[in-house]
Design a protein around this ligand. Structure first.
Ligand code: P6P
Length: 336
């Protein structure tokens, strides 16, 4: 009887390691530990409503344990799994104002750093909407054997070695790229393994879904207002009007558009004049994946992956997804 043939995340990473003759298993171990942390977070996310970890820090739960907010838990999980890998010398996290450096000998000699949003969209947890972890991996530029330095985290997105996200939804999926295409893995809880479910994700060039918080319409740049109207006009040739879909959770909105085609837009708004989304641990990893899947990612002025960060938590306007839709946004912004 034929066995259930699966390709686990670990088998896939090792098999693809052959793509990198210089790879000595370091990135493999790093990606493996990201998978472990994702499983740990999945367990907590799936029980969030039950073990009162939705509360704020400082409460004590029925077991007398300090209540830890889910995003703090996720942050601790990814930081400790990266430290345990021995392949990461430091982390920039959405949850930490400054970089976190690992001072033990093994980590100081490590070759990689990670930028991570450990639980993006965490305000959606209480209403059971999908949330996600977003991560970027870079080779350090500071000398091995020393502590990670701020400059290690100020590299342009085009220097990423790997990037990915975990979406905690109806199932938990891990989607990542190392620059040779995009692969998706679905967690099979019955065996505790991420199993290959999307071998080579390509996003449709002609998308028909637009994702934007139209509540900010009155403050959008003119070009964005024109694009929204363009999406809503009837035109059978270009299959318009397009469909509006907005979950309010970046990973969930991006993942749907990646698979079905579409564009995610977060323009400058009154509350966020530079845009809301953060460059180094949201826009760069998502852009690496988007481009690897045949999509495009821009700020309206430039390609996201070419930006040299000025600040750890820098925000940018963000337009990413199907190439034809992103180029239409650029056209309208250029005209305005
Ligand atoms: P708004 C979640 O808070 C988040 O950072 C992203 O996941 C999401 O795309 C965006 O903010 C939603 O922002 O202003 O539309 O609620």
């Amino acid at each position: 009887m034929k066995g259930y043939k699966i390709t686990t995340l670990n088998e896939y990473i090792i098999r693809r390691q052959a793509d990198y003759p210089y790879a000595k298993g370091e990135l493999t171990r790093l990606l493996y530990n990201i998978g472990v942390a994702a499983k740990v977070v999945t367990k907590k996310v799936n029980k969030a409503g039950l073990v009162d970890i939705l509360g704020n820090i400082g409460n004590v739960n029925v077991q007398g344990e300090d209540v830890m907010k889910l995003d703090v838990f996720a942050n601790e999980s990814f930081i400790s799994s990266m430290k345990a890998s021995g392949e990461c010398c430091g982390i920039a996290s959405e949850e930490n104002q400054e970089i976190v450096t690992f001072d033990d000998g093994l980590s100081r000699d490590a070759n990689y750093i990670m930028c991570v949003d450990p639980l993006d969209g965490s305000s959606n947890i209480d209403v059971n909407v999908s949330i996600g972890t977003i991560f970027s991996i870079y080779r350090r530029i500071s000398p091995r054997g020393s502590k990670a330095e701020a400059a290690d985290f100020m590299q342009a997105g085009n220097k990423q070695v790997a990037a990915g996200y975990v979406i905690y939804g109806s199932s938990t999926m891990l989607v990542y790229t190392t620059g040779n295409g995009v692969a998706g893995f679905t967690l099979d809880p019955s065996i505790g393994e991420f199993c290959l479910s999307n071998h080579n994700i390509k996003t449709p060039e002609k998308g028909k879904i637009y994702s934007i918080n139209e509540g900010n319409y009155s403050h959008f740049p003119e070009g964005i207002k024109k694009f929204i109207k363009y999406c809503q006009e009837s035109d059978p040739d270009t299959k318009r009007p397009y469909t509006s879909r907005y979950i309010g959770s970046l990973v969930a909105d991006f993942h749907r558009n990646l698979l079905k085609g579409g564009i995610f837009l977060y323009p400058p708004t009154l509350k966020a004049p530079q845009g809301k989304l953060r460059l180094i641990y949201e826009c760069n990893p998502i852009s690496f994946i988007s481009e690897q899947a045949g999509g495009k990612s821009v700020t309206g002025e430039e390609r996201v992956l070419d930006i040299v960060p000025q600040d750890l938590h820098q925000r940018i306007p963000f337009y990413t997804g199907s190439k034809n839709m992103v180029e239409k946004v650029e056209q309208f912004l250029g005209e305005s």
